[in-house]
Design a protein around this ligand. Sequence first.
Ligand code: 6LW
Length: 506
Amino acid sequence: MKYQNPVITGCYPDPSICRVGDDYYVVNSSFEFFPGVPVWHSRDLVHWEQIGHCITRNSQLKLIKGRMNNSGIYAPTIRYHEGIFYMVVTNVANGEEGTGNFYVWTKDPAGEWSEPVFLNTEGIDPSIFFDDDGRAYYTGTSSAGIYLREIDFKNGKLVGEAVTLWAGTGGAYPEGPHLYKRNGWYYLMISEGGTERCHMLTMARSKNLTGPYEGCLDNPVMTNRSLGLPIQSVGHADLVEDGNGNWWAVCLGTRTFGYPHKHNLGRETMLVPVDWSGEWPVFGDNGRVLEEFETELLPKQCCPESASNDSYFDDFSSSKPDMGWNCIYNPDASLYEQTESGLCLHGNEKWLKDADTLAWVGRRQRHHVSCTVVTLEFPCRQEGEEAGLTIFMNNRHHYEAALYRDNTGRKLIFRRQIGSLEKVECTLDYESDGVKLKLESDLDEYRFSYQKADGEWEELGCGEVQYLTTEVGGAFTGNYIGLYSCGNGTKCQTSAIFSNFSYEGK
Ligand code: 6LW
């Protein structure tokens, strides 16, 4: 059978995987977005369905504001041991209290996870390894390389001395470590070169847990660097052995376009067949990650119900919001309300360009070519009130169509914000209380339109995709399609009601 990469499209980087019987679970980074750490389930490794989040309560996570797409939740690891799932992760936040490395645990990965247990240790990209004798170990990054320390889950703390295991092959940023044991060897797998175009996966092994570790002579064992392949920047991988003894890796990669290469969907999750019949694993096509792999080895059971993430509709009638929706930073419940007419946003006094708590919900853009339509009711009366549909990399890079009230009346506007440049490029006088908005995307442009009274769509404006790419305006995340309301200086008196949201990816 042939399958296509990415297997999880959109901004779902730093995948980590574990298996329990026939069930596979993946978690990803979530940065400043909330809920944090999406949890996916699959039985065939190709079709993934989101079943929850590890972080769903403000008490579990304090997100700091202000740093665009490069703070918050980095690089989780998921492991299963004796009936319990553990997820260990970093909240990157300048060393503020209640941040750093922590783990949460659960017996049901689709349910609620525990309160955080902080580990008070340096670095990022934590991982957990259970040795055959049942002892558990933590690995993480330091300036000297990858270090190991025993972890005592009973008492929720690291114990003993830290030992540096390996500093990699000399590439920048040795990170993303995971340990595995096979045929009496401890294998340490890490990423080097940075998460951008030089990203690579390297390995070392030792007969002893604490080393010395010897690098694989074939390092890097996986990379697409300097190759003209459609998927770039592959790395940050995790391995899993299926029930038939075959090995697989999940890793991140980007689908780049244009020249110089750029990407706007963030780093996505790829599946790589691994041949570990020899001493060292061989990843994908001789160390390269392809868009399409042909393999007869996938676990047989398929999950057809989760086969399509290509289209999505929401009338916001469900009492629990769909898992694909996120807020930015910790949510303020007073800004959101579910009503019979749809999702109601109560805009606060902020601007959309503020790196702050907003009445904002967004879903990841998961396809380059896509079409989103949403209905908005917003009889704005107070000067400055605004609500609309935005394509959003971060607070400094976004385009939107919105209903807006200025000192002369209600307007329909199209605005672009590219760094510190901000321009309202179209302003139409607009009488009606409501509007249907459309956002279309391809590799070149984001196009916004609205539906006129006669049912025809009229374009409001468009903007280049390239200015909303990671390379131009972002850091670690991809674009979100957002619904928002803001008062631009004064708290909104008018509620914005969004309904009939549809997204179609091609
Ligand atoms: C993550 C690091 C990385 O912590 O990017 O690609 C960082 N790898 O390991 C943020 O995703």
